[in-house]
Design a protein around this ligand. Structure first.
Ligand SMILES: *[C@@H]1O[C@H](CO)[C@@H](O)[C@H](O)[C@H]1NC(C)=O
Ligand SMILES: *[C@@H]1O[C@H](CO)[C@@H](O)[C@H](O)[C@H]1NC(C)=O
Length: 880
């Protein structure tokens, strides 16, 4: 009979999950008495494995419910006191076992691991996710009352906008991030869009936070109930219930505060906001995953101003199920165009924290947003890293963001990157209103290409393959709402995503520094991976967008380990920066860094990862075990694009395809690249000599040196033994045809047609060029010229060429001339801007130094173990 009841439950829950009513059906959690875990079963063809599992373990494990949003994940619980807790742990049928085989539980253990349908078990340890650490406020700024600010002549732009748009909101004049009259130019430049009627209508942004005061007069009208849920209190409306649940409401106000006579207006004041409440209590990863994809068919954008603790010593990533949820979001959200996840870069800047140590901001599925302030300066709290895409306005230089608050008040003290992310999310909603066809990757292109570099003296900018400036502090610059929306309006969708995984590259080299600082001082462990064109061809990858690097590095003090990636194009991503507070001896276990700095590169050539010690390092031993490079980007042939599978080993896929293409040598021109497939050059250098850079690059971008303080610059002869044959520029000439043959042997008919089409396009294009004198720029590939946004220039006429997706007359590598030309123009343009003086050490706030230290023993040496290589879980340290 029990069996029947279980079955019924299963059916019920399966039904719930498809009707969308699922969220309300989650049984209340009892964290005090139960441990929860998630079981992944192969239920693709039938639900038998589930019923079998339930029955097999019904005396111990209680079936709770199906994981929300996933067909093959199920939540179970076990009483805390039960003896099975002693061996139950994470389990992955592919390789990693954290589940311990204990003497007394051998039978139970075997029962689990021999279950062919059991793919994984994950313990669901509840944790509290943290709002981005608050940035303290100066006392006089507290609790600005609702009131009208007198308007003097400098306030004319505000008066103007108010009159034209009928804005009577009392604190509108204080919302300098919308119109900055004190430091003109330091605002999001949105009024031009408002005048054009672009105010976010039809777009829904979900604020995943600590609730949303949907009854507030300033939010009520724009609140979207269907896209909202309270995961902390397991109910449908995200009411802020705790005394400090103001964060989400303030964020929501920045996005969509209604144009009325209450407080101010949102940057997209006719868009809608929903609230997903998760920060107000403990939450399991299953809840978190469900939150990230709640209302996928309603919410377009998810704004997230939270993450692992910003204390400069935490290394934490989302659990696998959360990663899967974000993947589902970008694959299925917005009618398969992909949900937009916006994350705040973090407020740990003062603790030398970096967003590369945060798996949420590091996710390629999120757009990481940093902050600049009232005067356009870099606020000290704002975290920098190679995952930062753009920045926008927030607190600093004595001002904060003025927005809606709970309890019918207005806030004059919202700040930190917490305030920057929703502002960016609001601007993205304007862009999506203008062009709803943009995919999640298109939006990232548009953000990178339309943003405006700021503080160029300060940001260690590098010129990237996009011909744009990139800074770890400012990303591709600040978001200009008008510019972004207008740029996005005519943006043609890029082709679907493709990816390339390198092999896991063994390194096994060490650096030893004793406690008085002697030893392998200035030693850099350098490992170079050479990627040949053919390897990318078989993976259908044309152009790089996101790059991730997964490392295993052991160390005595993690915060003293530095790591940077140098690309074939000559751009450097600082992956691990020094974090003095991070004295963990855990090192990096399968930790994934990401970078958006290599956007637009071909990927072909030498990628070098360098690992080194902090210059003042004492007692830190490093063992660089291995690494893997993954490139994600635009596909060559859209029709061959695949659906990404998080569990699949695409390095194996690549090897198999290469083997096949070698076995069937229809492809004569591949000889130059075939040699590179397994070439991995590992070299150790013990020198501190500054020598010329050997990584291929063209130009002035060398100024990138020294981003990590006082580090030894490039070592000599890095990658010297690798030949440059495979990156020969001229193999691009055969791109559109031959390059694909390696993988597409079975599609010759298609290719013939494609060639015909391309031929036609080429002829059409040539004729068209002849009609347009002096436009050599046009001969370049679509993306290259779209990347050049020259203010004041009308590029609307470029559409004709845009639409030829496979148009491939140009060459990947011969555009340096025109690129330089563009760069000069870009510089001119930027130099024309007047920027405020930058005061490096301007301290605006005092941050509480209660934080860190205490707990961990200092100076304990770690003994390297040999079994860490394949890694297991990424050992997230829960908030607090
Ligand atoms: C700001 O918006 C105005 C239109 O209101 C536009 O003319 C201007 O170019 C924009 N600023 C930038 C830097 O693009
Ligand atoms: C293009 O491929 C053809 C063979 O398909 C070869 O003869 C020719 O040399 C190649 N061109 C370049 C520039 O590699």
């Amino acid at each position: 009979m029990i069996f029947r009841v279980d079955l019924l439950l299963v059916v019920l829950h399966a039904l719930m999950s498809t009707t969308g009513a699922w969220a309300s059906e989650i049984p209340a959690r009892d964290y005090a008495n139960k441990n929860y875990f998630m079981v992944e079963l192969d239920t693709a063809s039938s639900s038998d494995p589930l019923t079998a599992f339930i029955n097999q373990h019904k005396d111990v494990y209680q079936f709770e419910h199906q994981a929300r949003g996933f067909d093959d994940h199920f939540v179970f619980s076990i009483p805390k006191g039960h003896e099975h807790n002693q061996f139950l742990g994470n389990y992955n049928s592919n390789n990693h076992h954290l589940m311990q085989k204990r003497q007394d539980f051998e039978q139970e253990y075997e029962m689990l691991v021999t279950n062919q349908n059991l793919k994984s078990i994950h313990m669901l340890v509840p944790r509290v996710l943290e709002r981005r650490a608050p940035v303290p406020v100066e006392p006089e700024e507290y609790n600005m009352a609702r009131g009208i600010i007198p308007i003097d002549s400098s306030q004319l732009p505000i008066k103007d906008a108010g009159e034209k748009l009928g804005i009577n909101d009392p604190i509108f004049a204080q919302q300098w991030h919308l119109i900055n009259t004190q430091f003109p130019g330091n605002d999001v430049n949105v009024t031009g869009l408002w005048y054009e009627g672009i105010t976010g209508e039809g777009v829904v942004t979900s604020v995943i936070d600590d609730g949303l005061d949907y009854e507030d007069a300033d939010l009520r009208k724009n609140f979207n109930k269907e896209g909202s849920w309270d995961f902390n209190d397991n109910t449908n409306l995200p009411k802020p219930r705790l005394f400090n649940d103001y964060h989400g409401t303030r964020c929501a106000g920045e996005i969509a505060a209604v144009k009325n006579n209450v407080c101010g207006v949102g940057v997209a004041y006719d868009s809608q906001v929903s609230g997903i409440r998760i920060l107000s209590g403990p939450l399991t990863p299953e809840d978190e995953a469900a939150a990230m994809i709640f209302g996928l068919d309603i919410n377009d954008i998810y704004s997230c101003s939270w993450g692992p603790t910003d204390d400069g010593r935490t290394l934490s990533a989302p659990e696998k199920i959360v990663k899967k949820a974000m993947l589902k979001g970008v694959q299925e959200g917005r009618e398969n165009k992909g949900s937009i996840y916006v994350f705040a870069s973090g407020n740990g800047g003062r603790s030398d924290d970096s967003c590369n140590f945060d798996g949420y901001t590091n996710s390629i599925y999120s757009i990481t947003v940093g902050a600049i302030d009232y005067k356009g300066l870099h606020p000290l709290y704002a975290e920098a890293c190679s995952a930062v895409m753009v920045v926008t306005y927030s607190s600093g230089s004595g001002e904060h963001i003025h927005t809606t608050d709970i309890h019918g008040k207005c806030s004059a003290q919202h700040g930190g990157t917490s305030a920057a992310a929703p502002l960016a999310a609001g601007i993205f909603s304007l862009v999506l209103q203008v062009n709803p066809d943009l995919t999640w990757r298109d939006l990232q292109y548009v953000a990178a290409l339309s943003s405006v570099p700021v503080n160029e003296k300060d940001g260690h900018y590098q010129t990237t393959a996009l011909g744009r400036q990139y800074s770890h502090k400012y990303g591709y610059g600040k978001v200009d709402a008008y510019r972004m929306a207008h740029f996005g309006k005519t943006w043609e969708n890029v082709k679907p995503q493709s990816w390339y995984y390198s092999d896991v590259i063994p390194v096994d080299k060490t650096i030893k520094i004793d406690s008085s600082g002697n030893g392998d001082k200035d030693k850099i462990i350098s490992s170079t991976l050479k990627i040949g064109k053919q390897e990318l061809d078989v993976m259908n990858l044309e152009r790089v967008e996101h790059v991730t690097v997964t490392v295993n590095i052991q160390s005595t003090f993690r915060g003293q380990v530095g790591a940077r990636l140098k690309s074939p194009f000559g751009v450097t991503s600082d992956l691990a920066s020094f974090r003095p507070h991070d004295i963990s001896s855990q090192g990096f276990v399968d930790w994934t860094f990401s970078s958006v700095a290599h956007w637009g590169e071909s990927g072909v050539g030498d990628w070098t990862l360098e690992v080194f010690n902090a210059p003042d390092s004492k007692g830190n031993d490093i063992k660089f075990v291995n690494w893997q490079l993954r490139l994600f980007g635009e596909s060559q042939a859209a029709e061959q694009a695949e659906t990404y599978d998080i569990d699949k080993d695409y390095a194996q896929v690549r090897r198999d395809r290469l083997e096949k293409s070698v076995a069937a040598p229809v492809e004569p021109s591949s000889s130059s690249s075939s040699s590179s497939t397994s070439t991995t050059e590992l070299q150790t250098f013990t020198t501190s000599t500054k020598a010329e850079e050997s990584v291929a690059s063209d130009d002035e971008s060398k100024e990138q040196e020294g981003k990590l303080p006082d580090l030894v610059s490039t070592t000599s002869a890095a990658a010297s033994t690798t030949s440059s044959a495979t990156s020969a520029p001229d193999d691009t000439e055969n791109d559109s045809g031959d390059g694909k043959n390696a993988y597409g042997n079975g599609h010759s008919g298609l290719y013939f047609m494609a060639l015909m089409a391309i031929g036609f396009i080429i002829i059409a294009a040539i004729m068209w060029f002849h009609k347009t004198p002096g436009s050599s720029r046009r001969r370049r590939r679509r993306e290259e010229y779209e990347f050049d946004i020259i203010p004041g220039e009308d590029y609307s006429d470029s559409e004709d060429v845009d639409s030829h997706d496979s148009f491939d007359l140009g060459h990947h590598n011969d555009d340096n001339f025109s690129l330089n030309e563009e760069r000069d123009r870009l510089y001119d343009d930027l130099n024309g801007e007047t920027l405020p003086d930058y005061h490096e050490d301007e301290e605006m706030f005092k941050i509480g130094d209660e934080e860190e230290d205490a707990k961990k023993p200092l100076g304990k040496k770690v003994n390297f173990q040999d079994d860490v290589t394949s890694g297991s879980v990424s050992a997230p340290s829960p908030g607090h």
